[in-house]
Design a protein around this ligand. Structure first.
Ligand code: AMP
Length: 201
């Protein structure tokens, strides 16, 4: 019984939700990392869930998964982005009424979450899904690909938040990170960390 209780619960990754820039930016390392993530997902038989756009790194991750023969589910809010932005060539494109519905649908559809480099939208989604894990709304692994040190500043902030007692050391471990996508996918699949209660009663 004792042994059963300590068995690790690992996640079978069938669908991973990727947050990433709706722009491509100027650093080719970010495009490389996007392609590397998409190819690693296809190799492992993992389908893509994402925001449904055809622009920037978002379009690149979707196109690369499709080119490798993988399935892509895009979820995009109706009437919020220009109709030109939606990727009509993916396996399934779902339109939601608004951004809140869209995010909830993306979160429900995936077994784990990966952030590549991106801007405010990417940070919003990454912080929200990590917060939801912290408060126990889901138990799915979350991580970021620290491509070319893009997230060094964020990880420095996280250490500071732990030092100042604003994030517990235990909950800091909810946000996994690795320099490359294959390494991160390994971490996500092995993640068995349980969120600590945010507040003591
Ligand atoms: P950003 O990092 O600010 O470029 O925003 C990218 C993230 O926000 C993506 O993961 C999307 O889910 C969402 N997003 C932002 N802009 C768009 C767009 N034009 N089309 C679809 N989703 C978008």
């Amino acid at each position: 019984m004792e042994q059963e209780a300590t068995l690790r619960t690992v996640t079978e990754l069938k669908r991973v939700c990727v947050f990433c820039g709706s722009s491509s930016g100027t650093n080719p390392a970010n495009e490389y990392a996007t392609i590397e993530l998409a190819n690693a997902m296809v190799e492992r038989g993992i389908d893509l869930v994402y925001g449904g756009g055809k622009v920037g790194l978002m379009g690149l991750v979707a196109d690369t998964v499709l080119a490798g023969g993988g399935n892509v589910l895009g979820i995009i809010p109706r009437n919020l982005f220009s109709r030109e932005v939606a990727h009509r060539g993916i396996t399934e494109l779902v339109e939601t009424e608004n951004m809140h519905e869209r995010k909830a649908a993306m979160y429900d559809a995936a077994d784990a979450f990966v952030a590549l480099p991106g801007g405010f939208g990417t940070m919003d989604e990454l912080m929200e899904i990590t917060t939801w894990r912290q408060i126990g709304s889901h138990a799915k692994p979350v991580g970021l690909v620290d491509t070319d040190g893009y997230y060094t500043g964020l990880l420095t902030w996280l250490n500071r938040a732990v030092t100042d007692g604003l994030v517990s050391a235990s909950n800091a471990r909810l946000l996994l990170h690795a320099p490359t996508a294959p390494e991160l996918l390994d971490l996500l699949a092995a993640d068995d960390h349980v969120a600590a209660p945010k507040w003591d009663s």
